[in-house]
Design a protein around this ligand. Structure first.
Ligand code: SAH
Length: 370
């Protein structure tokens, strides 16, 4: 896979291959010749990998490659190999490759240690030429634990010149930023003629048009009750280059952190993510609570702590079993994570604190202690 990723044209000679390699061949990504190696196969190649289970064949392949001055890695014998495959990792435009005297396990361990420190910023990798091009990245920071941002998200965050952050985005991520990065706390933008969202959009667009690389950092996934679409539109309308980096949404990650699978096999075939910020019956509500009450799938409620009593009541009135198991997962994935168990009938009077994901349905009763 790494050769293909690097753009190599790969020719594979083997009587049998694994399913994965067979899939690559079927998709036309590599060329598979279904037969044993034959003399002359390495002619014209830049690089050869001799990885058969027969040392004599590997030796013959390596000898032919050597005669043609083609680098050849022998998978079976590091000592006899003319070249070694290095343990490699890449982060934020920096590649690290490690050799350890033919000990691949040791090379991988050192590679991991270096990659880890590059990611954490412990190893500084300052750029001497240019930074990220001006524009905006809308990044989902994950449900709470700073480690749950994606690699792409972290990579871009490290290049940010301006970060517009949310209250629910992991604050530990902001500690990684250099001192000269401008951090705009979206929660503290003053109310005025414009709504907070309009001000956020304006700040992002204005800074990007001024030639800076702006990261909009949000809790969970910015496109799940996160107004990411509005921010994307604002960038597109202003002609600002924009990239979307998905994040792990608390709607799925929150239950998972409590050992709950929202689609546990054999129990349900669907889950619905609903906002509870408007109570049932309110003129502004767009949720069909009656239909949700009649469905037997998993319900995942966000922003529902305040209205949980009214929601439980509407669900029971619409036909949901009052005894349905419920789990309230607070501060999911952080060190303050708390999981509370109750039934649907008890939800209104049971304790719950923001931020919480409320899971309703049979899968909630299957939560496991982790
Ligand atoms: N875009 C976010 C959701 C924003 S709405 C996402 O994809 O996760 C805000 C709601 O998300 C909160 O009211 C709460 O219901 C939920 N939430 C966010 N972070 C949470 C966490 N760490 N633990 C529990 N619930 C969380």
């Amino acid at each position: 896979p790494r050769l293909l990723e690097a753009g190599a044209r790969v020719r594979l000679v083997a009587p049998e291959v694994t399913t994965t390699l067979g899939d690559y061949a079927e998709a036309g990504e590599l060329h598979w010749e279904r037969r044993p190696w034959a003399s002359g196969d390495t002619a014209g190649a830049w690089f050869v990998l001799a990885a058969t289970d027969d040392p004599a064949v590997n030796a013959a392949v390596a000898a032919e490659a050597e005669a043609d001055r083609i680098w050849c890695v022998r998978a079976d014998d590091a000592e006899a190999s003319g070249a070694w495959t290095l343990a490699r990792a890449a982060f934020d435009g920096v590649s690290v490759a490690v050799a350890a005297s033919g000990d691949p396990g040791r090379a991988a361990a050192v590679r991991d240690a270096v990659a880890e420190r590059l990611r954490s910023g412990e190893i500084d990798a300052p750029r001497t030429r240019g930074g990220h091009a001006p524009g905006v990245a809308l990044i989902g920071a994950g449900p709470g634990d700073a480690d749950l941002i994606t690699l792409r998200g972290l990579e871009l965050l490290r290049q940010a010149e301006v970060v517009v952050s949310d209250r629910l985005a992991p604050q530990a991520l902001l500690d990684l930023l250099a001192d000269d990065v401008e951090v705009v706390d979206a929660a503290k933008l003053p109310y005025g003629r414009h709504t907070t969202q309009e001000q956020i959009n304006a700040v992002m667009v204005e800074r990007a048009l001024a030639g800076r690389f702006v990261v909009r950092l949000k809790g969970g996934d910015g496109f799940v009750f996160g107004r990411g679409a509005e921010e994307l539109d604002a960038c597109i309308e202003a002609g600002v280059p924009v990239e979307v980096v998905p994040g792990l949404s608390s709607s799925i990650a929150g239950p998972a952190a409590a050992g709950i699978s929202v689609t546990e096999r054999g129990i349900v075939h669907d889950f619905t993510v609903v906002t509870g910020h408007v109570p049932p019956g309110d003129a502004k509500s767009r949720v069909n609570w009656d239909a949700l009450a009649k469905s037997n799938g998993t319900l995942v409620l966000l922003m529902a702590v305040k209205n949980r009593a009214a929601i439980a009541e509407a669900l029971i009135a619409g036909g949901r079993d009052a005894g349905s198991p419920v789990r309230v997962v607070e501060n999911a994935t952080t060190k303050n994570q708390t999981v509370r168990a109750c039934t649907l009938a008890e939800l209104g009077s049971s304790e719950a604190h923001h931020p919480a994901v409320i899971v309703i349905g049979a899968v909630a009763g299957r939560g496991r202690e982790l």
